[in-house]
Design a protein around this ligand. Structure first.
Ligand code: FES
Length: 163
């Protein structure tokens, strides 16, 4: 919960109002709050209330999610600012430029994957030797979890292995 001393109470909203204004389901708003992405405070009647600027935070979260930024990364970025901070244009530029760099990296990865899939379309060989998407001996899995095919280096993930 945010420190209510710093909150503009004049435009406080219930969770239902936030859901209606943002188009985000109540359950998702509660999820965001549990993850620390948004904050509420308690009214004098002990009701959960959200400041108007929560709508800006939700817009940022949704925009980031649409570009494939993980919720953990979104939370880490937003946690740099005190709860209830009205992000300045400069702060938003900093955030969006970092996310743009991540998006650029994903575009490079996805473009390479698309080009490799072009080679596989109509082939079906899954050749240990020739198919770029083949993962012989689960070499990539030994390097860690996650989207290893997508994240592998340009040499196909074979660097650093003894095979
Ligand atoms: S399936 Fe033949 S090259 Fe990928």
């Amino acid at each position: 919960m945010a420190d209510s001393q710093d909150i503009d109470f004049s435009r406080a909203m219930t969770v239902g109002e936030v859901a209606k204004r943002s188009g985000v389901p109540v359950s998702t708003l509660h999820f965001y709050e549990r993850k620390g992405l948004i904050q509420s405070y308690r009214s004098s009647g002990n009701q959960r209330r959200y400041p108007a600027l929560v709508l800006r935070y939700i817009a940022i979260i949704k925009a980031a999610q649409r570009t494939g930024i993980a919720l953990e990364d979104i939370g880490a970025m937003l946690s740099q600012f005190p709860p209830g901070t009205k992000l300045s244009a400069a702060q938003w530029r900093t955030i969006s430029s970092r996310w743009r760099a991540q998006l650029d990296q994903r575009i490079v990865q996805l473009t390479r994957l698309r080009d490799e899939l072009d080679q596989c379309i109509g082939c079906g060989c899954l050749s240990m030797k020739d198919c770029p998407l083949r993962n012989p001996g689960d070499v990539l899995g030994q390097q860690g979890s996650g989207a290893r095919i997508l994240e592998r280096p340009a040499d196909g993930g074979q660097s650093g292995t003894n095979t």
